[in-house]
Design a protein around this ligand. Structure first.
Ligand code: NDP
Length: 483
């Protein structure tokens, strides 16, 4: 497959190249080989993208929701037709196994385009009667939105930001992570093939400073970031300088609480999905697995047995179910955390090593006897490292689950319905799960509380974050004034 894109950037409806920008090698994580080269956006490219998106605003916003929605739904259709090729590319970009990418990435991107394409025509204001007078509200686009993505779900993030933004009548300049620059270009290409006017959705490449230069431009009305908490703080502060709208989808250290009465097979499945899918590189992962003392040993035994089913290897092989870390850098960070876990006294139950193969692979790793104060229980690792902690009572589990500055997700496994809902109500997290983990359908809101973020992606809630309400007061009679 050809992994070298036509050009580095997609601006104003076409591919644009400028090789004077800093070279960004695209590395296939499964082999460490360079599979493409793109160039970071120069100030001239940043200007070209912002100018194109700004110029496209009026025409796009003036179209009816039905017209905009039709284009988004057509793009969804094209994405589904090309699912195989897009999944292969996603696997080259990220190293995630094709077994995952073929059912998650382009498909969830298409779901998002389809869902917001369907909603577009129903984005309306309301009428408020005030005696004989009335107010009507107009739901208007924000204008030019900047999207900045992380490297774990490059297609999905480009769509999760682009689809609601465009449905509401905004235009977008999207900057993917420099680690995974390939997939967002395809999203732009497909949107334009589906009929989006030139300039409505643009993609430019670059490191952090390119993202930073987008945020403070006076033409930009909104910034939506998916990234880490430290980056979120910088981006939020930069956006505040111009009182810009923000959506912040940031990191987490989410709890997964498993009670004695849980179905153990399902609980083990939840812990596997919440720690090892995408080699653990998922923001909402339930990496603090609190297991009630009565089933702790049974849980660990069954988990170890199930981990025998892990198949590492060439991620393009549909039989492989566990890929490498996205980069050598990320692999090093995760190994550092594993060393800290051992040094601080956690019990390494399995994994912890690089297997003897090329690429950035790391075995799925489980620590038991982890305590709340250990580094591996406090900091986001963003790799395949599960920490198992013990607990006695529900009150204790909830208090310890919430004892973190993060608040992205939380999950509970129990057969006791009342307890499940009590826990869901008590969790300080934006996205909660009962007897499951990490499902993220476009129909449901997704996002974090506390330091894990601001705003929500997906669902009808996203419309609130990509539009604004204007109230129009209409007087039907004469107007009195004091003099
Ligand atoms: P980073 O925070 O390092 O980077 C995110 C994006 O921001 C990248 O495109 C990055 O560019 C860019 N960036 C970095 N510095 C700046 C700046 N000062 N101004 C503007 N843009 C900047 O995150 P990672 O890419 O390492 O992704 C992992 C993180 O993302 C984890 O913390 C994870 O939890 C979080 N995440 C959150 C999700 C959610 O929905 N809540 C989903 C997925 C991931 P560059 O890469 O070139 O530095």
């Amino acid at each position: 497959m050809k992994t070298q894109p036509t050009a580095s950037h997609f601006i104003d409806g076409q591919y644009v190249e400028d090789t004077s920008g800093e070279e960004i090698p695209v590395i296939y994580p499964a082999t460490g080989e360079v599979i493409a080269t793109v160039y970071s956006a120069t100030p001239a490219i940043v200007e070209q993208a912002l100018a194109a998106a700004h110029a496209a605003e009026k025409e796009w916003a003036a179209m009816t929701g039905t017209e905009r929605g039709r284009i988004l739904r057509r793009a969804a259709q094209i994405m589904r037709e090309r699912n195989h090729d897009l999944s292969v590319l996603e696997t080259y970009d990220t190293g995630k196994p094709y077994q995952e990418t073929s059912v998650v990435d382009a498909t969830s991107g298409a779901d998002s385009l389809e869902y917001f394409g369907g909603l577009a025509a129903a984005i309306t204001g309301e009428h408020i009667q005030l005696g004989e007078d009335f107010v009507y509200t107009r739901r208007e686009p924000l204008g030019l939105c900047v999207g900045i993505g992380a490297w774990n779900y490059p297609t999905q993030i480009a769509c999760w930001k682009g689809a609601p933004a465009l449905a509401c009548g905004n235009t977008m300049v999207f900057k993917p992570s420099e680690t995974t620059p390939l997939c967002a270009l395809k999203v732009a290409e497909i949107l334009h093939e589906a009929g989006a006017p030139a300039g409505v959705y643009n993609v430019i490449q670059g490191y952090g400073p390119v993202g930073a230069s987008l945020i403070t431009d006076s033409r930009v009305d909104k910034v939506s970031l998916t990234g880490s908490v430290p980056t979120g703080k910088k981006v939020y502060a930069a956006a505040a300088e111009g009182i810009r709208h923000v959506t912040m989808e940031l990191g987490g250290k989410s709890p997964l609480v498993i009670f004695d009465d849980a179905d153990i097979e399902n609980a083990v499945s939840g812990a596997i999905l919440g720690n090892f899918y995408s080699s653990g590189q998922v923001c909402s992962n339930g990496t603090r697995v609190f297991v009630q003392k009565g089933i702790k040993e049974a849980f660990l035994t069954r988990l170890a047995e199930r981990l025998q089913g892990v198949k590492l290897g060439d991620p393009q092989d549909p039989e492989v179910n566990f890929g490498p870390m996205v980069s050598e850098k990320q692999l090093g960070i995760v190994e550092g955390y594993i060393a800290k876990g051992i040094a601080e006294g956690a019990r390494l139950v399995c994994g912890g090593k690089r297997p003897d193969m090329a690429g950035f692979f790391l075995e799925p790793t489980v620590f038991a006897d982890v305590t709340d104060d250990m580094t591996i229980a406090r900091e986001e690792i963003f790799g395949p490292v599960m920490s198992v902690l013990d607990f006695d009572t529900e009150e204790e589990a909830l208090a310890r689950a919430n004892d973190t500055e993060f608040g992205l997700s939380a999950g509970v496994f129990t057969r006791d319905l009342s307890r499940a809902h009590r826990m869901a109500a008590g969790f300080e997290a934006g996205t909660c799960y009962i007897n499951t983990y990490n499902d993220a359908p476009v129909e449901a809101p997704f996002g974090g509380s506390k330091q894990s973020g601001v705003g929500r992606e997906n669902s009808k809630a996203a419309i609130e974050h990509y539009s604004q309400i204007k109230g129009v007061y209409v007087r039907t009679g004469d107007l009195e004034a004091p003099f």
